[in-house]
Design a binder for this molecule. Structure first.
Ligand code: 5GP
Ligand code: ZN
Length: 113
């Protein structure tokens, strides 16, 4: 059994509110939402973070951003949404399995904290 939280969610060993799933990705609701809409676009392939990407994973990141765009379109959130990739503990990454935060439904501030 994997030790990785998101691998376990992908394997359905840990429950999550799944919003979308295909061969490469799963989209879940964040357990601790930081905006009215806070989804996590998660790669099914375990890659710890951008620093661990191999050449093929470039395409995976494209899939993740494209999925975010589709989520925004389907939910009529195109007016503004924020995509966040925390890379490394110092940047706020707490789950070391690559995922894109999709945040929307409120005014976002800049610079982020
Ligand atoms: P990170 O801090 O690595 O960028 O993001 C990890 C995210 O995963 C956090 O926003 C956190 O709230 C979320 N998270 C942590 N544990 C769980 C869980 O068990 N289920 C779900 N759905 N989200 C989780
Ligand atoms: Zn994993």
């Amino acid at each position: 059994m994997s030790e990785c939280l998101f691998c376990r969610i992908i394997a359905k060993e840990i429950p999550a509110k799944i919003e979308y799933e295909d061969k490469e990705l799963v989209v879940i609701q964040d357990i601790n939402p930081q905006a009215p809409v806070h989804l996590l676009v998660i790669s099914k392939k375990h890659v710890a973070g951008t620093q661990d990407m191999d050449a093929q994973d470039r395409l995976l990141l494209g899939e993740m951003v494209f999925r975010a765009k589709e989520l925004a379109r389907q939910r009529k959130l195109e007016e503004g949404y924020r995509l966040v990739l925390n890379n490394g503990a110092k940047a706020g990454q707490s789950v070391f399995h690559i995922h894109l935060h999709f945040l929307a439904g409120r005014k976002m501030n800049w610079p982020p904290g």
